[in-house]
Design a protein. Structure first.
Length: 236
């Protein structure tokens, strides 16, 4: 991630002069891991801006959530173990067909951009909205922007790519992370829609409710572009 990327994503909630000072200091060094350090600074800045209005970043690079002592955060990228995983939404036609008893036509569904990623409950909500749209019901639509009947085999086609971030993806990222230096340290696992070539991610119940073994006090998923933070269940 380049230095200019900071200004491409409207990161205006933290102290830009502090960030510039840290990056200038890093760029003046000859260490080979400077790019990783700069990525961490950018990730810390974005994470803090999304975490809450009371958060601050200290000169030493620690994070304060406004409720306690300073916290050191380790950032690790989540790489999908199967980057060619199919679009989760490509299977919508099967469930929707069951809800309609039979899906006889082909529909193109234009979806709204989503501020949060997909869970089993949110996917069910989407399926119900599409069924209501096919029936022509007038209801508030949070997902469906427009539905159009098109020529082709019976099915549902969308403008959105949703890839599954599974339990193994997260376990691999946790295993690739260094051990915490203190019991109060946090681990933030970063999801990058651009690198994963998708619009959103899907998390099943094994990710959302089953615990992950970790020595960190907290382990969180952080979608860098959506700004969504998911606090994972952990055990020591």
């Amino acid at each position: 991630m380049s230095y200019n990327a900071i200004f491409d994503r409207n990161f205006y909630t933290m102290d830009a002069k502090m960030i510039e000072k840290w990056i200038s200091a890093l760029e003046s060094c000859s260490a080979s891991d400077n790019n990783k350090d700069i990525d961490n600074i950018i990730s810390l800045w974005k994470f803090a801006s999304c975490y809450g209005p009371e958060t601050t970043i200290n000169d030493n690079g620690s994070f304060n959530n406004g409720k306690g002592s300073d916290i050191k955060i380790t950032f690790t990228d989540v790489a999908l173990t199967n980057p060619d995983t199919p679009n989760i939404l490509s299977t919508l036609g099967l469930n929707i067909g069951a809800g309609l008893h039979e899906l006889k036509d082909s529909y193109y569904v234009l979806l709204h951009d989503q501020k949060k990623n997909y869970t089993p409950a949110r996917l069910i909500d989407l399926e119900e909205e599409i069924i209501n749209a096919i029936h022509g019901k007038i209801i508030p639509y949070s997902y469906v922007r427009r539905l159009t009947r098109v020529n082709g085999n019976a099915g549902i086609y969308t403008n959105t790519s949703v890839k599954k971030c599974g339990r193994q993806d997260i376990l691999s990222a946790i295993n690739d992370s260094p051990a915490p230096k203190d019991d109060s340290d946090w681990l933030v696992l970063i999801l990058d829609n651009l690198s994963s070539q998708c619009d959103s991610f899907y998390f099943d119940l094994s990710v959302l409710s089953q615990p992950f073994a970790s020595s960190y006090k907290k382990v969180m998923l952080f979608d860098f572009y959506k700004g969504e933070i998911i606090d994972l269940v952990t055990i020591k």
